[in-house]
Ligand binder design. Structure first.
Ligand SMILES: [Mg+2]
Length: 536
């Protein structure tokens, strides 16, 4: 419910304070007009009474309860957070430039220039094994559930022999986690080159190959050849989300102070923000009126720890700097800790480190969510079919087990009691054994059919998500390592910053309790029994 406190001065309406959309300052008349429109057009206001919920792909998902009303400042990463790239186009550009450089400067054969970029091969959360030249998908316990060498899947037996003796440790120099969307193209290139070179009978030094690719991609970022191309044709590479500025505007209107912390260079940051805020008059005259502070070349994750003193590049409504640190930023804003929410797409650089080094609240932007949710919906009939199939299979397996035991008992009975049984009784027992065996055979045929069907369905469902790796958030019947990290470190996650349009900027985002297996039987985890105790 929204409460208004209205005060009159000489009969004229002067201020309105709206709760829970509380301002730190009373609103003046022009602000009031904006605010009333905002409340009237606020889908979040109807969400509160459960009349309308955003579409699944527009939802914000909560791991840790978050009261947005307590957030006084919201910070954003730039690349793949505020600026969404058209990934296939950008990766194809990186792919072409990297391959050309590897041939021209690193001595790789010209034949690699025939390779085509496959944007489906790599997903976030994979791990590159630089010792064996493999790419791995891990479950939440860090056990390898799926592995590729080059572009060929490694058989279950070989995979278990190679990896299942130990957990994969992120800190080991042998492994490299594919954390960012920028790294997907490198991962494909690594596997495609191993496939291609070994296909030619060459021996590949897997560690050296990885270094060559990493160095080249890094160089292409540093020498501005990629950025120049993006800046030449931003429309080809950057997706302009029409709902981004309204989302930022809603934050600003509700009194939250906004800032950017990006590792991108100052000139590129300025260019991308200019591009995103082009024709932004309806919301902000420019990004300088939206963001109070923009930290470029921030060197996250070290920004969240020691950082380095910033160099001021421009002052004015927006403090534009190079470098900086979390402490310096907090001092400048006069806001600290859990009154700040940081929104980023990089699990390690944006989310995990800020979580470890501060009590900032975190929102992870996971652009892949949209596609995962879409496919989830699309394969629902197959999932229902699979569930029916599995339920029937379990039932038949139990029946099979029970009938097998019956046959065993009849044989035992015959053996122990054979001297005391007359021929009729023995005959009856043999007939029963034959009858049960016929049913067992039928059972067995049906079980094989269901097993085959179940396998087919699993394979169709999995490849609908990704033909190589299946679901992003699951693997081998468990959460994937990537999903577990999001659950552990991101207070909330969503597919895009613009999804904040569908929620009140002062709302309460509440998590669902993840039950223990024994609680799933009794559903006790669905209710928060501790809440009254904590309040009393
Ligand atoms: Mg980013």
């Amino acid at each position: 419910m929204i409460h208004f406190t209205i005060s009159y001065d000489d009969g004229l309406l002067k201020t309105i304070i709206a709760y829970p959309f509380a301002e730190r300052q009373p609103l003046n008349k022009s602000d009031l007009k904006h605010r009333l429109n905002e409340i009237i057009n606020d889908p979040g206001a109807t969400n509160a009474v459960g009349i309308q919920r955003p579409a699944p792909e527009n939802r914000i998902f909560t791991n840790r309860n978050l009261k947005l009303s307590r957030i006084l400042a919201v910070g954003f990463d730039l690349d793949y957070t505020l600026a969404q790239y058209r990934q296939e186009q950008l990766d194809s550009l990186v792919f072409q430039q990297t391959v050309a450089y590897l041939v021209a400067e690193k001595g790789y054969p010209e034949s690699i220039q025939t390779l085509k970029y496959d944007h489906q091969f790599a997903i976030r959360g994979l791990v590159i094994d630089m010792e064996l030249g493999n790419v791995l998908k891990m479950d939440k316990f860090r056990y390898v559930s799926l592995a590729f060498h080059g572009l060929q899947v490694i058989s279950g037996r070989s995979r278990r022999e190679m990896y299942n003796q130990e957990r994969v440790t992120f800190s080991s120099k042998r492994f490299r986690v594919v954390d960012t969307l920028f790294e997907l193209v490198e991962t494909y290139l690594y596997s495609a080159l191993i496939d291609h070179l070994e296909g030619r009978g060459e021996t590949v030094n897997y560690g050296q190959l990885f270094s060559d690719i990493r160095e080249t991609v890094d160089l292409k970022h540093r020498d501005h050849s990629l950025k120049n191309e993006i800046m030449r044709q931003p429309g080809v590479y950057i997706e302009r989300d029409p709902l981004l500025l309204p989302a930022l505007y809603r934050f600003a209107r509700s009194g939250k102070r906004l800032f950017v912390v990006t590792n991108s260079e100052a000139d590129y940051t300025e260019f991308v923000l200019d591009y995103l805020f082009r024709s932004s008059d309806a919301y902000f005259p420019s990004w300088r009126q939206c963001f109070e502070l923009v930290c470029t070349e921030s060197r996250k994750p070290s920004f969240f720890e020691a950082g380095r003193p910033w160099e001021v590049l421009a002052e004015g409504p927006c403090f534009f700097v190079r470098g900086g640190s979390l402490r310096q930023l907090e001092a400048k804003l006069g806001i600290a800790g859990d009154e700040i929410m940081y929104v980023g797409d990089h699990i390690y650089g944006d989310i995990l480190r800020s979580k470890h080094s501060s009590s900032w609240r975190t929102c992870m932007v996971v652009p892949e969510l949209k596609e995962q949710i879409r496919v989830d919906h699309e394969v629902r009939p197959l999932i229902l079919d699979l569930m029916g199939c599995e339920s029937k299979r379990k039932e038949l397996a139990m029946e099979f087990h029970m009938r097998g035991n019956q046959v065993k008992l009849l044989y035992q009975f015959k053996e122990v009691e054979s001297d005391d049984l007359d021929p009729d009784e023995l005959n009856r027992i043999d007939q029963k054994i034959a009858e049960i065996n016929r049913k067992l055979e039928k059972n067995n045929r049906e079980l094989s059919r269901l097993l085959y069907r179940s396998h087919q369905l699993r394979s169709s469902i999995s490849s609908s998500f990704n033909p190589y790796w299946g679901r992003l958030f699951q693997t081998g019947g468990q959460l994937s390592a990537f999903a577990e990290q999001i659950r552990d470190y991101a207070c909330i996650y969503t597919s895009s910053v613009s999804n904040f349009n569908f929620y009140s900027s002062q709302g309460y985002l509440q998590s669902h309790v993840t039950p223990m297996p024994h609680e799933m039987e009794t559903h006790t985890a669905e209710l928060d029994f501790d809440e009254p105790l904590e309040r009393s």
